[in-house]
Design a protein around this ligand. Structure first.
Ligand SMILES: [Zn+2]
Length: 76
């Protein structure tokens, strides 16, 4: 997800650069983009052991399983 965000921002930056627009200001907005997301805090849960986190972990630190959104939303 964050990789898509990064790729998207780089693409927009490249387009603005090609159009001759000042592109540096976009970098100022990049850290703000998560604030415009659906929810600032997304709890993720390990399907194997039930460990939950609201952090940025993508994999369970105990068994290495990929974490899934605890609210039932599919992220991919
Ligand atoms: Zn686990």
């Amino acid at each position: 997800m964050s990789l898509l965000l990064l790729a998207g921002s780089l693409l927009v930056t490249a387009v603005c650069y090609l159009l001759g627009l000042p592109f540096f200001f976009l970098f100022l907005f990049v850290p703000l983009l998560p604030l415009f997301g659906r929810r600032p805090v997304r709890v993720k849960r390990c399907p194997t052991c039930g460990w939950e986190t609201a952090g940025r972990e993508d994999f369970c630190p105990w068994d290495g399983s990929r974490l899934t959104p605890a609210d039932g939303q599919r992220d991919e």
